[in-house]
Design a protein around this ligand. Structure first.
Ligand SMILES: *[C@@H]1O[C@H](CO)[C@@H](O)[C@H](O)[C@H]1NC(C)=O
Ligand SMILES: *[C@@H]1O[C@H](CO)[C@@H](O)[C@H](O)[C@H]1NC(C)=O
Ligand SMILES: *[C@@H]1O[C@H](CO)[C@@H](O)[C@H](O)[C@H]1NC(C)=O
Ligand SMILES: *[C@@H]1O[C@H](CO)[C@@H](O)[C@H](O)[C@H]1NC(C)=O
Length: 304
């Protein structure tokens, strides 16, 4: 009897421990409409260790926080020949910032109507060689272009590496996924099989437009899987916004329409269920486009 009780006690431990993870980060653009939402992610006890905002420069509300900033070169333009991204990251480092990683292009195989940066592989390769590859010498780890989860992503990446002709050497490969858990695990398996020399970051993922229990089940299965897989080193769930503006459906959001943490939001930060039920905006059905669409206008001026 004693033994059985002891075993049960041990069996319960992992699920408690697994509710926090140092792999977790935040994909988030500070809220102009609800600036107090920015503070939620850096509250005491939050387990988030890193963040990105689709841009070069850190977000002001997170200055001095526990989250390490990861700069991103969102897109590329064929009229640009300078090195604004490289210069920015170098100056952040010389100013004392701890920059360990950078992220390459956001959904370059995707169209701008769905938030993609829509860059041809040859332009991406030449821009990478000029703006990103030199950071390797400074000890910064480089993230490959973050293609969409569709088959065109694999084709685009293959073309990118062909155009690079051996001059692009990413250390890790970001993955985006919008769909169910089985599809995501299979997709990540395919990415790892195709690029065995890189670790994986899942930098945008969610199950869009599902009911609450299905969404929470997806969230739990995904976290457990990412935490268990040694070669998945970082992940950032796509849900750090209010449910009434969510374009992945209200149940996927970290915040309710009133800015309170949902169960998923609280679990992601390492907390317990809040039982706050997210609601959508009445009569408004958002077209799914990834968060990047919201920041396209803001990001654009950064790379022209
Ligand atoms: C910089 O960040 C990395 C994690 O990405 C951490 O391991 C390292 O200790 C940090 N260095 C300093 C000086 O804070
Ligand atoms: C990883 O593999 C790709 C594709 O084969 C290659 O182009 C890239 O340079 C490799 N990365 C490193 C760090 O060797
Ligand atoms: C992935 O994991 C395997 C086994 O744990 C390891 O041998 C391999 O080096 C890892 N790959 C990378 C890119 O870290
Ligand atoms: C998800 O995990 C939490 C613990 O982290 C648990 O309380 C909850 O019941 C789980 N929900 C589902 C639907 O599996």
């Amino acid at each position: 009897m004693r033994t059985i009780l002891l075993l049960q006690a041990f069996a319960a431990l992992p699920s408690v421990l697994c509710t926090t993870s140092s792999k977790r980060g935040l994909v988030y653009v500070p809220s102009a409409k609800h600036p107090t939402d920015d503070n939620i992610w850096v509250q005491p006890g939050s387990d988030l260790t890193w963040y990105y905002n689709y841009g070069y420069e850190p977000s002001n509300p997170f200055t001095g926080s526990q989250m390490q900033f990861v700069p991103m070169l969102w897109g590329a333009s064929d009229t640009s020949t300078g090195t604004p991204f490289l210069d920015s990251v170098k100056s952040q480092i010389s100013g004392g910032a701890n920059i360990s990683y950078v992220l390459g292009f956001n959904e370059p195989d995707g169209q701008s109507s769905t938030g993609g940066s829509a860059i041809p592989a040859d332009l991406a390769a030449s821009t990478w060689i000029r703006e990103i590859e030199p950071l390797r010498k400074l000890g910064v780890k480089l993230g490959a272009p973050a293609v969409t989860g569709s088959p065109s992503g694999f084709t685009w990446l293959q073309n990118f590496f062909t155009q690079c002709a051996g001059n692009c050497t990413p250390d890790f490969i970001p993955v985006h996924w919008y769909g169910n858990f089985e599809g995501m695990a299979s997709h990540i398996g395919q990415v790892m099989g195709t690029y065995p020399n890189m670790t994986v970051w899942v930098t945008e993922y969610a199950l869009p437009n599902a009911d609450l229990i299905t969404t929470e089940t997806f969230y739990n299965q995904s976290s457990e899987y990412f935490d268990r897989m040694a070669n998945i080193t970082h992940y950032s769930y796509f849900g750090a916004f209010r449910s009434d503006v969510s374009n992945v459906g209200p149940n996927a959001a970290f915040l309710t329409q009133n800015g309170k943490l949902t169960d998923i939001g609280s679990w992601y930060l390492g907390g317990v269920a809040t039982n706050n039920i997210p609601k959508g905006a009445a009569g408004k059905s958002a077209l799914f486009a990834g968060w990047s669409l919201l920041v396209t206008a803001a990001a654009f001026w950064l790379f022209i």
